[in-house]
Structure formats: C-alpha cells, structure tokens
Design a protein around this ligand. Sequence first.
Ligand code: MG
Length: 377
Amino acid sequence: MLIMTSLATYAADPSQTLGRQFQEPASETRNAFQRDRDRIIHSTAFRRLEYKTQVFVNHEGDLFRTRLTHSLEVAQMARAIARTLNLHEDLTEAIALAHDLGHTPFGHAGQDALNECMRDFGGFEHNLQSLRVVEKLELRYAEFDGLNLTFEVREGILKHCAIKNARLLGDVGQRFLDKTSPSLEAQLTNFADEIAYNNHDIDDGLRSGLITIDQLSKVELFAQNLATVKAAYPKLEQKRLIHETVRRMINTLVVDLCTQSAQNIAQHHPKSIHDIRQLPPLISFSSEVAGQNQKLKQFLRKNLYHHYKVNRMSAKAARIVRELFAGFYENIGLLPDEFQAYAEVDKARAVADYIAGMTDRFAIREHRKLFTVEEYL
Ligand code: MG
C-alpha cells in the first residue's frame, strides 16, 4: 500500500519557509503555501492561461486543452503524488498552478519565435518568465510588485536555468550554481507536468485525428494499456476506449513514479528538507518506465508536434510573434502606457513582456490592428 498518513520530516514545511522577499504578517486562516496558491489563482496571468495553448492554437477548437486546463491537471496529479509520498500538498499545488504563467501565446512556436527575437537581448525562456511574472509583472499589491511568493514556490517554478541566468537570479538561482536539489515537492511537480502533457497530447491528438490508435499501437506504454482495456471491454466505442487507455497510462506512470521515488527516499533516508537539497534528485521513474516514457515523447515529437498541420499553425504563430516584436521594437509609442515606461529602461525586454503576456486570440487581434489598414482601432 503506497498511501501514507502523516507529513514526512523531509517535506517542505510552511512554518519553516525560507520566506518572502518582502516581510508580511502571516495569514490568519491559511499557511504560507496556501496563501501563495491563492495569490496565483487571483493573478491576471493565471486567468489568461484559459486562452493560451500548448500544441493547438486556441481558436482551432474548444475541445483541446488550454494552459489553464493543463495547469489544473498538473495540480491534480501533483497533489495526488505529494499525498502518496507524504509531502506538502499545498506547496505542490501552488507550484503546479504557477508553472506555466510565463508562457507566450501559441505554445512552443510562440516561445521559440520570441526567443529568436530576443537573441541579442538575453533571450526569452518561459520558465524564467514565469518567475518574472510572480516577482515583477503582476501589479496588484500596494507594497510590492509581483505576488511576493515564498522561496519554496519560486524555487519550484524555476525548473531549469542556464548558469549565466542563475547568477542574476539571487536566492532561487543559487542551486544551479551549487548543483543542489530543490524540494521533493518541486521535483515531483515537474514529473506531474510531463505526465499530464504527454497524456493529454495523446488524447487531443487522437480526438483531432492528427494521430491514430494504429500509429500509437507501436508505442509500448500505449499498446499495453490498450490491450488491457480491449481484453476487458472488447466492444468498447472509440471515445471510451481512448479515455480508458489514457487513464491507465497515467496511472501506470504515477504509480511507478511513487513506488520508485519511495524506494529512492528509503535508500537515502533523508531526515529534513536540508538533506533533500544536498542529495541527488530522489523523484524518478523506474528505469524501465523511464524508457517507455521516453519512447512516448519521441513518438509525440515526430508524429504530433511536427505534423504538417501543426507546423502550419506554428509557422503562422511564429510570424505573428516576429512581426509584433519588430513593430513594437521599432516604435515603442505603439505599446500601451504601462509598458512604455519600462521600454525607456529596456526596450527589448518590455516588448517581450508585453508579447509574452498576450493570449493567442489577443495576439492575433493585436497583429491585425497593427498591420491591417482596414481594421478599426
Ligand atoms: Mg506545463
């Protein structure tokens, strides 16, 4: 039985948090991580996730995942894993809900295009941008910019980071220089993200018709679970067949992750979160399932993310981002007032912040407003 009952000594503890950047009195009703989660949910960037996509452009259909539904799925899985491993559920939930806040419109295509535009200005990386959103860009509180989240949540948001950027990030950048580990809550949320998007991309991919069950039958993880479902329900209609298979795949991955991670933890017997930070990452799949998961990712990359219909959406998306960037960079007078002030300080970054904050449909509209003569302003 995997389920444990009380918080581990090496779990993150909100009463022992490494703190916020600006001192604040504690909440009377919520622990520090719950408060962070609530601040994230009430942020502008969080609401915009509803109209941002991962693979499909938002207006392609209402049936597909958006970054909002993705973030909710990640939070659900992360909480379940945290509870099973006796780790802090509120912290994983906060990290999960915030992990994609810095994403550009149009998913990977938008991020790559904006990174290319920012090549001579320090680049653009969605992970760093998520941190920038919660530290600087949300302007809601009287006493500080950003959401003033605890160190543990910010640490979890920053999944990876180049050394040159780590040096500029202060406390949360330090572990990339020291080569230490983040909390187990941060580690597991990262896996929950991957489990969520691989599986929902299969689901969205099948439902959109861009990939087929036949193709996927060559992927072991899918094939095994498909066979189990077919054996139990030989006459099942396609829609239910897909869901029953995908839910078993998620379960296979989650159970393996929890089992292997519990073994890793037992082997290293950490006593505190301090030990966790000094140890190698302890959250992992078994090597067998890690291999299967890798094959699944390769399949998706080849057959879905680079499907010609997705390539067409991506090419259009990249063009919109590039043209918006060039247009604003050339004339910062076109930016809304609040971005103009910062553009005086750092023009490229202000333009990138503005574009990154856009939803898919806003970017499409903004592009039309700027470049189409007939469009009413
Ligand atoms: Mg994600």
